[in-house]
Design a protein around this ligand. Structure first.
Ligand SMILES: Cc1cc2nc3c(=O)[nH]c(=O)nc-3n(C[C@H](O)[C@H](O)[C@H](O)COP(=O)(O)O)c2cc1C
Length: 192
């Protein structure tokens, strides 16, 4: 049976990103479960801020089409994102907005999201761990008709969440990460 393919997208391209670090921990978990994981950087898909006039004049940018096709080539997606002012950062929202405008041949616009399993996680040095961002992101993805799994992870005090071998050191965080990864795998396997 071909391996389950999961795409992991950190919502931050910052060097030393807490979310990139959490994405790395999630990838370890997925790889241990024999998942074929692709990690993508949104920095490799630079996009202008969505503008309807730009879309009318030149169509959807190639990077948005490529990003959409990357998503479409995987059975499930994990987004690991910072929280900005209680919501999702423009880098991620803008990427979702552009991808929702892509219409490949024999598809409806934004079809890549429909029924595709998504898991969402956030990391923050604060006490709430980006949980308000996850609420907003869940709403956005649900509006795109993605299948957002119930388990999620908001990693609080993320600057002090790892041991010296870069593994999550608190049992509750480890359990939440494992539960989210397992549920993503189960749901993606069912939808495959
Ligand atoms: C514009 C801005 C707004 C922010 N708002 C929040 C917030 O609402 N909640 C929070 O927990 N952290 C907030 N932060 C702090 C980020 O969580 C922190 O910078 C985090 O390290 C960013 O993620 P990264 O390390 O993956 O780049 C904000 C940071 C910026 C730059």
């Amino acid at each position: 049976m071909p391996a389950l393919k999961i795409l992991v997208i950190p919502g931050s391209t910052r060097s030393g990103s807490l979310n990139a670090r959490l994405a790395a921990a999630a990838i370890d978990e997925l790889v241990r479960a024999d998942v074929d994981v692709t990690r993508l950087s949104l920095g490799d898909f630079p996009l202008p801020i969505y503008d309807g006039d730009l879309e009318s004049a030149s169509g959807v940018p190639k990077h948005a089409i490529n990003l959409k096709r990357m998503i479409g080539a995987h059975h499930g997606v994990l987004l690991v994102t910072p929280e900005y002012n209680s919501s999702l950062p423009p880098l991620l929202k803008n990427a979702i907005d552009w991808v929702s405008r892509v219409q490949d041949e024999h598809e409806t616009r934004g079809e890549v999201f429909r029924g595709r399993p998504f898991a969402i996680a956030a990391a923050s040095a604060g006490r709430l761990g980006g949980s308000r961002c996850l609420q907003a992101l869940r709403l956005v993805l649900s509006a795109c008709r993605a299948l957002v799994i119930p388990n999620q992870l908001a990693l609080s005090f993320a600057d002090d969440a790892y041991d010296e071998t870069d593994r999550l050191k608190h049992a509750a965080d480890k359990e939440a990460l494992t539960a989210m990864a397992r549920q993503l795998i189960d749901v993606a396997q069912q939808m495959k």
